[in-house]
Design a protein around this ligand. Structure first.
Ligand code: FES
Ligand code: FES
Length: 170
């Protein structure tokens, strides 16, 4: 066992873990953060994508011990006080999902893209999300959602989050 200290979604954790434990399993099984799904066993689908120290990573391809001393943000850590981020709202409003299994990874990868490139083209969005697979949507509405979020953040001085409205949740 190895002792790790890691901040996840703003909460500090200290745990003894097996050196072989994957970060995805640590998040889901130890911390109960099942909002980060596991969609494959070959590190190809991207469903498990989280932010580790400012960079999006596939948490099934990272050991929990590699996160020691670091900060992890999962899709569950994005909203603040019931307020979704522009990306979360855009996925909802543009119907950028069907079954939703890929959605946490899509949002975390798109978040990384918009941080690096706040004004991406549709091609750049597709390129940035090529490591994230979706079996349902055909990707069109995912790309539209990311572009809409970029536009919204641009036109509203990049607010961190927006209140979830009744119509958005209807
Ligand atoms: S579960 Fe991590 S890439 Fe598929
Ligand atoms: S919405 Fe079902 S896998 Fe993407």
């Amino acid at each position: 066992m190895t002792r790790i200290k890691v901040n996840v979604d703003g909460t500090a954790y200290e745990d003894d873990v097996e050196p072989r434990l994957l970060l995805a399993h640590y998040l889901r099984d130890r911390l109960g953060l099942t909002g980060t799904p596991i969609g494959c066993d070959t590190s190809t689908c991207g469903a498990c994508t989280v932010d580790l120290d400012g960079q999006s990573v596939k948490s099934c391809a990272v050991l929990a011990v590699q996160a020691d001393g670091g900060a992890v943000t999962t899709v569950q850590g994005l909203a603040r006080n019931g307020a979704w981020t522009a990306l979360q709202r855009a996925f909802h409003e543009r119907h950028g999902l069907q079954c939703g299994y890929c959605t946490p990874g899509m949002i975390m990868a798109a978040r990384d893209l918009l941080r690096e490139n706040p004004h991406p083209t549709a091609d750049e969005v597709r390129q940035a999300l090529e490591g994230n697979l979706c079996r349902c949507t055909g990707y069109q509405n995912i790309v539209r959602a990311v572009l809409a979020a970029a536009e919204e953040e641009d036109t509203s001085a990049r607010p961190e989050a927006h209140q979830v409205t009744e119509e958005a949740t209807a």
